[in-house]
Each structure stands twice: as C-alpha cells, then as structure tokens.
Design a protein around this ligand. Structure first.
Ligand code: URA
Length: 176
C-alpha cells in the first residue's frame, strides 16, 4: 500500500480520519513519524487478520520479533495467543490482532503516556473500520490505551466494559 509520511500530529489526525479502509490506514502507520518510537523501529506493526471479523484482540505493542517481521504476536506470546484463539474453535486468520502501540519501544520498556496518546487514534480508526462485535483487551497497557483505566488487571479481568459502543472484555496478556 502507498506510504505517506506522517510527521505532524494535527495533520496526522486529519489523514487518519480520511482513510477509507484498513489498507490505507496501515500505509499511514507504516509511514508514521509522529512520536519518538519511529526512530527506533525496524518495521511498524499495524496488525493483521480478517477485516470483516467480529472479534478483535488488542495487545500492548510490538516486541523484538514483531518489530523485525512487521507482524503482531509472532513470538512466544503470539504462540500462546494463537493457541487461545484455536481453543475458541477459531483460526488466527478469522480474527483481527493488533496493539495499542504500533512501534516497538526500545528495550521493550512500557510505552509512555504521550506515545499511547499519539498512537491510539490508529487503533480507534481500526475499530471504526472493522466494527467488531467484541474487543478482547490483553493486559494492562491495552486497557490503559483503550479505556484510560489504571485499575489493576486482576480486578478488571472477566468483567464486560465498552469501547465506543463495542462490548470489551479485559483479560490477562498471554505473556503473563
Ligand atoms: N506482545 C504484545 O502485546 N503484542 C505483540 O504484538 C507481541 C507481543
């Protein structure tokens, strides 16, 4: 897909709002320089899966393997997530898998509040375009990015929430 470099945050918000499909949105993510994580990434990781799915999984952000491959959840946590999906009677390619943060933080540190704020319009637009029936939020950073809620995940897990009208279920991150 075409890559348009995004540098200015205000301009970025307009371009994100203007995309008509996931492919265009993912092109913007791949060319995004709106926060400092851009300078440390190998590849941005927009997410992947069925754009017509009813179920979206949201993780934290790319780790080492994801950064190298440009794909979400391809390391050890990804093996576990894939196993969880298959235990639901689904295949990985039936659902959509993405993250709050699209670029790997150096040394796998937690993303900063500013990085989460700058990146989350991408996730919000993905969910607007996919319109799933359910979002499954994997772990603390996913909850922080989607709901801006810092309650411990042990208290939030298993209790339905909403994200922009979509039922959202918090659960543990597979790495945990
Ligand atoms: N952990 C995440 O939260 N996301 C990935 O894409 C990989 C590991």
């Amino acid at each position: 897909s075409k890559t348009v470099a995004l540098r200015d945050r205000a301009e970025g918000m307009k371009k994100i709002a203007a995309v008509e499909n996931l492919e265009q949105l993912h092109g913007l993510i791949q060319g995004c320089y709106m926060c400092q994580l851009a300078s440390g990434r190998t590849l941005a990781v927009p997410g992947e899966g069925n754009p017509h799915t009813e179920l979206v999984f949201v993780g934290e952000g790319p780790g080492y393997n994801e950064d190298v491959q440009g794909r979400p959840f391809v390391g050890r946590a990804g093996e576990l997530l894939t196993q969880m999906i298959e235990e639901l009677g689904l295949r990985r390619e039936d659902v959509f898998i993405t993250n709050v943060i699209k670029c790997r933080p150096p040394g796998n540190r937690d993303p900063s509040p500013d990085e989460i704020k700058t990146c989350s319009p991408f996730l919000k637009r993905q969910l607007e375009l996919i319109r799933p029936k359910v979002v499954c939020a994997l772990g603390r950073i996913a909850i922080l990015g989607l709901l801006n809620d810092t309650t411990p995940i042990t208290k939030l897990r298993g209790i339905w929430r909403q994200f922009q009208g979509i039922p959202l279920m918090p659960t543990f991150h597979p790495a945990y």
